[in-house]
Structures are given as structure tokens and as C-alpha cells.
Design a protein around this ligand. Structure first.
Ligand code: LLP
Length: 471
């Protein structure tokens, strides 16, 4: 490969709904699927060929998996393993897919910082015009540090503290997404005390089943999130009459890793109903926030960003409010891998275990949700494949990255856990006193260390042994 040819993005038009693309004989994760404008229009009319432009971020050159133009072997050599590797182009393209699909419709894409809060990634997104969805003071300060514009920040979450509300008001954020009557009162009191006016949006719980894992389903009546329609009506009336509150929007988020657009349609219907009532009663809102939640193709086909936006735009035809979305996973998940090295192979009567140097503390999703993420050899070898359980060194049976993966493996081999850009490092811990791993961002042929590997002394830097006299 030469120069720019190595950089990032290869666009291919493939027929049908292929999720993974075979390149050089290997299955390579497809990062972002975009539909051409023409094909998109034909989907709406139900005719014409299904075509997808696929951007392959992780592809093989001479058999070796690369991230954009840099081989994962080289990254492992320079930065060690385990380590997270992200493609900057894939992140930019995913944000760009949202922006392009929304075109000139008034909109703001508020990237959900919780998915991956590395400063460099926030900076890449801020430079491309993203806003941000934050859920804590830590996330808010990260956005500011990374060069994000506070006036493009929405603040979600059921438990905002007075300190968080004060700071958000001082920074002049776009909106508080309010999740309860008690929170609305706390925001009103704080704003009044600081002589500010707080822009607010009520998070409506539409009681819609998002059909996702129960731990990440948020739009059902029994969930702790948002308020029901009747409460929302009341809170809007309260906000409209309160001098320190400005009701600017309406908000909703029904869950994450949603693979069907129907639940989004149901929640839009619910929001539009309430919006109509509010407008009729003289409460004129300026934006409609549909939250995040679009799933990605870890294993089964997910709607593309274009399909998802197409459905939303169809549903909202005739609604002139600014559209806010809070995507996290669909911006970063497929842009990242967790790179890990095989330490030992251990075969029992029942199982082939590949013990690798990454563990559940580095990538929690398989242990916590039973999530499936593809695992590929960085440099596949010839030989007899076995079904391996890929497990880490942590002392828990839940410590697995994948089970029954057909691979030809030897000790020392590098593996890539695909789709690890979202909720990977962000959910990592130092459980078992394992330092958190390095993070590397690749753009074209360049790689940058964007997160240093924690040292052993980092692990105990905040701890103190009381001296005996004082205890
Ligand atoms: N907005 C709000 C209010 C949210 O609670 C979330 C995610 C998002 C936006 C972003 O949703 P996304 O576009 O990423 O689906 N740790 C889990 C995912 C938890 C998602 C929680 N809320 C996982 O690894 O699957």
C-alpha cells in the first residue's frame, strides 16, 4: 500500500444486506453501512436494488489485520497489549453519516460521552461539529477540556447533584433533560439562587419495549428513567410558569443496542401527541430530542444510520422543531478493537481455553450482558481450528471475552475483539489490581497514544495507610 491508499476508508458497493465482508478470505467487521441517496429513495418506494456502501476500517493486508493504514502487529509491538485501538476515520464517518442524512433539517448530534469518553475522541467529534450528551460533572468537564462547546451540551441522568446543576448553569449548557419532579425543583431552586434561567426538557417515558437486553432497556414504565405523560404535562405547566425555568424541548431515550426501528417510531408517536397538546396550551418548544439507542451489527444486522434517520424524518415530516439525537454506540463501537495476546493454551476434556492478557475488567460487556463480539486472529495461521473459549486472567468464571470461537491458535498469537470502541474502555476497571490498558488512535498511517497504560503505582496512588497513632 502506498500513501493515501492506506488511509482509512475503502468504499465498496455490495449487494444485499451483507453485514460482514470477506476480504482476503477473512471475515472483516464492517464499520459503517451507508445507503446511497438513490438506493435510500428506492427503499422508501419499496423498489430498486438494495445496495450498501461499506466502509471497511479493519482490513487485512498480506493477511495481517490493519486499522486504517497501521498493522495491529505494529501497534502491539510499540504500545504493548492489551490495548484499545480506534480508527479516527470511522468515528468521523459515523458522525458524518448522521449529519449527511439529516441534511438541512435543523439538528444537533449530541454524542453520548458515556460510550467512549477519551479526550482525543471528544476532540475529534467537537471539531466536526458534534454536541454532547453528558450524565455527570466528570463528563461535562471532559467535554470542556476536549474543546467541546457547552452551548451544544445536553445533560441527562436521573441523579444530578446541585454541584453539577450549578456548573452546567455557569457554563450555559443547551438543556437539562429532566427525569423527575424532584429534579425539576432542584434545578429551579438552583437557577433562581444563581439568578439564571435554566433551559429544560422533560424526559418522557413512553412505556415502549425496545426489545433489547433488560439491563439497557430504559423506556418501560418500570424503569427508573423519565416520567409518564401525565406527569410530563404537569411538569411542563410548572416550568412554563416558573421564572427561572425555560421549557425548550421534549426528550426521550428508550434503550441501547436497539435493532428494530419500530420502537423508535412508537416513541415518536407518543412525543408528538404530547407536543401537540403543549403547543395548543401555549407552551412552544424548540427542540425534540430522541436520545440514542441505534444498535450496531455485532452479530446480527442492525439498521443503518441512514435507515434510522429516514424513518425518523418520515415520522417527523411537518414538524419544524430542531431534532437532537444522542448517539453513542453507533458513532464509536465499530471504530474500535481490543487487542490482546494469547498467554497460554489450556485444554481440558470439555474445553479448549485460550487464556489471553485482556480480561473482564478491560471489556465487561461479555460478562455483564452475555454480549457477543467477534474475535479474530490478527495474523491467521494455517492448521486445525478448534472451538476456543477466550478467557482472561481474572479470578471469575464470568471472565470471558468469547466462547466457542473457531480459531487456529498458538501461544503468543494476537487477537482482536471487534466492535470494542463503545462501552469498552469506558466501562473498564482495575479489578484484580490490573492497570487499565493503553488506548491508541489511528488516522491514516499515523498512530497516537491517546491513553497511557496505567502503572502499578497509579493503582494505589489514591490510597492511604492510616498511621497507628492517628487510628
Ligand atoms: N442518551 C441517554 C440518555 C442514554 O442513557 C444513553 C445510553 C445514550 C444516549 C446512548 O445510547 P447509545 O446510542 O450508545 O445506545 N453499557 C451498555 C450500554 C448502556 C447504554 C446506556 N445509555 C452496553 O455496553 O451495551
Amino acid at each position: 500500500m502506498t500513501g493515501k491508499a492506506q488511509c482509512a476508508v475503502i468504499l465498496r458497493v455490495l449487494p444485499g444486506s451483507t453485514r460482514e465482508s470477506g476480504i482476503n478470505g477473512f471475515s472483516v467487521l464492517v464499520a459503517v453501512c451507508l445507503r446511497t441517496a438513490g438506493a435510500f429513495a428506492s427503499r422508501r418506494t419499496g423498489s430498486g436494488p438494495r445496495q450498501r456502501i461499506l466502509m471497511t476500517t479493519f482490513q487485512r493486508h498480506s493477511g495481517v489485520m490493519h486499522c486504517e493504514g497501521v498493522s495491529l502487529e505494529r501497534i502491539a509491538k510499540v504500545h504493548g497489549t492489551p490495548c484499545y485501538v480506534y480508527s479516527q476515520s470511522a468515528i468521523e464517518d459515523a458522525l458524518g453519516a448522521y449529519q449527511a442524512a439529516l441534511g438541512d433539517a435543523p439538528h444537533l448530534i449530541c454524542y453520548a460521552v458515556k460510550a467512549n469518553s477519551n479526550l482525543a475522541i471528544l476532540n475529534v467529534l467537537a471539531k466536526r461539529g458534534a454536541g454532547f450528551d453528558v450524565v455527570s460533572l466528570g463528563e461535562l468537564e471532559r467535554v470542556v477540556l476536549a474543546g467541546g462547546d457547552p452551548t451544544r451540551v445536553v445533560f441527562s441522568g436521573v441523579g444530578k447533584t446541585v454541584l453539577e446543576i450549578e456548573r452546567a448553569l455557569a457554563l450555559g449548557i443547551r438543556c437539562f433533560n429532566v427525569e423527575s419532579e424532584a429534579e425539576l425543583s432542584a434545578i429551579a431552586d438552583t437557577a433562581q439562587r444563581l439568578k439564571k434561567i435554566a433551559p429544560i426538557s422533560i424526559r418522557v417515558n413512553p412505556d415502549v419495549d425496545a426489545g433489547t437486553h433488560p439491563y439497557i432497556s430504559t423506556g418501560l414504565r418500570e424503569n427508573k428513567f423519565g416520567v409518564d405523560i401525565a406527569t410530563a404535562r404537569r411538569l411542563y405547566r410548572f416550568a412554563a410558569e416558573h421564572a427561572a425555568l425555560d421549557p425548550v424541548g421534549i426528550d426521550c431515550h428508550i434503550g441501547s443496542q436497539i435493532l428494530d426501528v419500530a420502537p423508535f417510531e412508537q416513541s415518536i408517536d407518543c412525543l408528538l401527541g404530547l407536543l401537540g397538546e403543549l403547543t395548543a396550551s401555549g407552551i412552544a418548544l424548540r427542540h425534540l430530542d430522541l436520545g440514542g439507542g441505534l444498535g450496531v451489527s455485532y452479530q446480527t444486522d442492525a439498521p443503518t444510520i441512514n435507515e434510522y434517520i429516514g424513518v425518523i424524518r418520515d415520522k417527523l415530516a411537518g414538524c419544524s422543531l430542531e431534532l437532537i439525537l444522542e448517539p453513542g454506540r453507533s458513532i464509536v463501537a465499530l471504530a474500535g478493537v481490543l487487542l490482546t495476546k494469547t498467554l497460554f493454551l489450556k485444554q481440558t476434556e470439555q474445553h479448549h481455553f485460550a487464556i489471553v492478557d485482556a480480561a473482564m475488567n478491560d471489556l465487561l460487556r461479555p460478562a455483564l450482558y452475555g454480549a457477543w463480539q467477534d474475535i479474530q486472529a490478527v495474523t491467521p495461521r494455517e492448521g486445525v481450528a478448534h472451538d476456543w473459549d477466550i478467557v482472561g486472567p481474572v479470578c471469575e468464571t464470568a471472565d470471558f471475552l468469547g466462547k466457542q470461537r473457531s480459531l487456529v491458535l498458538q501461544e503468543g498469537d494476537l487477537l482482536a475483539v471487534m466492535g470494542a470502541g463503545a462501552y469498552g474502555f469506558a466501562m473498564a476497571s482495575s479489578y484484580n489490581s490490573r492497570p487499565r490498558v493503553a488506548e491508541v488512535l489511528v488516522k491514516g498511517n499515523d498512530m497516537h497514544l491517546i491513553g497511557e497504560r496505567e502503572t502499578l503505582s497509579d493503582l494505589w496512588a489514591r490510597e492511604r495507610i492510616p498511621n497507628e497513632a492517628a487510628s
